[in-house]
Design a protein. Structure first.
Length: 232
């Protein structure tokens, strides 16, 4: 089955506090998104990559990513939208040839492995949607606007959801088209599948699979990469 990966690299970096897109900040002298793209390049189960980017970053991506690193699997650059879900929709609509499976991943999550990606793809034989997640370790409370506790949630049923999220292409395409036509907001890609009434299979994620969003995250990521050296 033909598998396409949609890598989202259009973030503005507001929480990072820089004018530079967080995807292009460096870890061990390479942009974050390059580390992520290399993992998909090395994954034999992925046939091609659609990289979703910000319009203003196109010259930088052309020179600093495409010309410098010569990735073979990048099939197309897709211009992202205002919201994450708009960017994903643009990526899905941009797929030009027959496609069976789509893997959607945040470009700012560079600590996965080809084997991790392949697990979700393999499970497409049994499920329509597969997402990685980790059980919540801390107590979660709902807080009012005034700053008071409203209630405490049952921790046993709460999970931190990650990417890559893997879907059968016709189903995720239908889910996005219907969901956005009805002006629904998707907290993640699987949310749109849930609105279709389809089951979403959850598999164990990785504690290393962090999303680099803040300066503190970047510091942790730099230390993590120097220690792990690809042995995650």
């Amino acid at each position: 089955m033909r598998t396409i990966a949609i890598i989202l690299a259009g973030g503005a970096g507001k929480r990072m506090g820089t004018s530079t897109n967080k995807q292009f900040l460096l870890i061990e002298n390479k942009p974050i998104v390059v580390h992520t793209l290399q993992i998909f390049e090395d994954c034999r189960a992925v046939d091609g990559v659609y990289l979703v980017v910000n319009q203003k970053d196109l010259p930088l991506i052309q020179k600093e990513i495409l010309e410098t690193y010569k990735f073979n699997k990048i099939m197309k650059l897709v211009i992202g939208g205002k919201l994450r879900q708009d960017s994903v929709r643009n990526g899905l609509e941009a797929i030009e040839h027959a496609c069976d499976i789509v893997v959607i991943h945040d470009g700012a999550r560079p600590f996965i492995t080809p084997a991790f990606i392949e697990k979700g793809i393999f499970l497409m034989e049994m499920y329509d949607a597969v997402i990685p997640a980790l059980p919540v370790q801390d107590t979660i409370k709902v807080i009012s606007k005034e700053g008071f506790v409203v209630k405490t949630l049952e921790r046993e049923s709460l999970w931190h959801v990650q990417t890559p999220q893997t879907f059968k292409y016709p189903i995720i395409m239908k889910a996005y088209r219907e969901g956005m036509a009805k002006k629904r907001y998707g907290y993640d890609d699987a949310t749109f599948i849930e609105h279709l009434g389809k089951k979403v299979k959850v598999i164990e994620g990785s504690p290393y699979n962090m999303k680099i969003t803040t300066p503190e995250d970047l510091t942790i990521a730099r230390g993590l990469l120097s220690q792990l050296k690809g042995n995650i």
